[in-house]
Ligand binder design. Structure first.
Ligand code: SF4
Length: 179
C-alpha cells in the first residue's frame, strides 16, 4: 500500500493485483504500464516482472493494519476485474474492504460487465456498503457508454465515473437516472 498518493481524488493506493493488459483505445496512455516498464528486470522491485498480471496475496489484508481512515484507490496499477483475476481472489479483496470499514475504498474498472455480474452475486454485500465506491472509466461512445450502462444497472449503492482521457464528445447522456 502506498500512502500520500499523488492522485488528487484519493489518499492512498492498495495493489493486491499488479499488471494488466490493454482492452480499449483508452489504455493507450496507461500510466501504470509506463511506470511498470521502467522497472523491468530490476531485481526485487515490485514491478520486476513489468506489467505482466500478477496476484499479490501478501497484500490482501494490508488495509486492516492501516488505522487512520483514508480514501484508498484499489488496484491503481491494475484492474481488479481483469479476466485473469479469479473470482475467489476478488472475493478476498471484497472481504478485506468490508472488514476495514474505517476507510473509503474506490474501485475503478474498464471491465464493468464482470463487475456488475459479481456485484449482483458474490459481491452483493460490498455493493450495499456505503464505504465502498464502484466506478468505471468512460473515454468514448463505443466502449465507454456501454460501461456506464453496466454500472447504472448494477446494484452498487455508491457509483462513480472517471471520464478521462475523454477521446471524443459523448453526445447526449442522461446523467439523472443513476439509482
Ligand atoms: S485497463 Fe487500466 S490498468 Fe489496464 S491497461 Fe487499461 S488503463 Fe492500464
Amino acid at each position: 500500500m502506498s500512502d500520500n498518493s499523488s492522485i488528487e481524488w484519493t489518499d492512498a493506493t492498495w495493489n493486491p493485483v499488479r499488471g494488466c493488459t490493454e482492452i480499449t483505445s483508452g489504455c493507450a496512455n496507461c500510466y501504470a504500464r509506463t511506470f511498470s516498464e521502467r522497472f523491468r528486470g530490476v531485481p526485487g522491485h515490485p514491478y520486476e516482472q513489468r506489467f505482466d498480471l500478477r496476484l499479490v496475496p501478501e497484500k490482501i489484508r494490508e488495509p486492516l493494519s492501516w488505522k487512520r481512515p483514508r480514501r484508498i484507490f484499489v488496484n491503481s496499477m491494475s484492474d481488479l476485474f481483469h479476466k485473469d483475476v479469479p473470482d475467489d481472489f476478488i472475493l478476498q479483496v471484497h472481504d478485506t474492504m468490508l472488514m476495514a470499514d474505517q476507510h473509503t475504498f474506490q474501485i475503478l474498472t474498464k471491465r464493468a460487465e464482470r463487475m456488475r455480474k459479481l456485484l449482483d452475486s458474490q459481491l452483493s454485500r460490498g455493493a450495499l456498503a456505503s464505504h465502498i465506491w464502484w466506478g468505471t472509466s468512460v473515454e468514448n461512445r463505443r466502449q465507454g457508454l456501454p460501461r456506464m450502462e453496466e454500472l447504472k444497472q448494477s446494484k452498487a449503492s455508491i457509483k462513480f465515473l472517471s471520464v478521462e482521457p475523454l477521446l471524443e464528445d459523448l453526445g447526449e447522456v442522461d446523467w439523472r437516472v443513476w439509482y
